[in-house]
Design a protein around this ligand. Structure first.
Ligand code: FES
Length: 179
């Protein structure tokens, strides 16, 4: 048994094997080679992997851990530590609710609850139809316009429950119109 198996976090125990025919793995391998399989290039390699796959899939983390001869727990730990990495597929739209102190005292929890109830998902999840990813942040650096959220990469301040509800309804309406 390969040593990395002993370090697999529980939810990765059944990760599927990567597909050798997948062009993206060949590009990832070229990146690993370019970095000469150096373990300290892990963050750059994860960046490339996320750009290729859209998010850090289980089999991608396994592949990187194996090729760099690092424990999977280490690779997984780095991927979850940094905010710019995501382990989940992203939806067509993204809503990030800031839960930092300034936003929290101005009602961020109610904003989050509104979206959760509207689309029936929790933070770091994507709706089953792939339309919306909900995330939270610790501080967006926009405390002066709290409560702030990010809607499709645009920071919006002074948010209200009604405003957020309307925006999500708009997105849901787009789906309805396309169907
Ligand atoms: S706490 Fe929300 S932007 Fe700083």
């Amino acid at each position: 048994m390969h040593p990395i198996v002993n370090h697999r976090p529980n939810h990765l125990r059944n990760a599927p094997p990567y597909s050798r025919g997948d062009q993206r793995f060949r590009l990832l391998e070229a990146t690993l080679k370019r970095h000469q399989y150096q373990q300290d290039a892990l963050i750059e390699i994860l960046h490339t992997a996320q750009a290729l796959f859209g998010y850090l899939k289980d089999d991608v983390l396994l592949y990187i851990a194996h090729q760099l001869k690092l424990p999977l727990s280490h690779v997984y730990g780095v991927a979850t530590f940094y905010h710019f990495f995501t382990l989940h597929p992203q939806g067509v739209h993204t809503c990030v609710v800031c839960m930092g102190t300034a936003c929290y005292v101005k009602g961020a929890a109610a904003l989050l609850e509104t979206v959760e109830q509207q689309v029936n998902i929790h933070p770091e999840q994507t709706t089953a139809d792939g339309q919306l990813t909900l995330q939270t942040a610790r501080c967006l650096g926009a405390c002066g316009i709290a409560p702030a959220i990010v809607l499709d990469d645009v920071v919006e301040g002074y948010q209200t429950v009604e405003g957020v509800r309307r925006k999500v309804e708009e997105w849901l309406g787009e789906v309805g119109r396309r169907e």
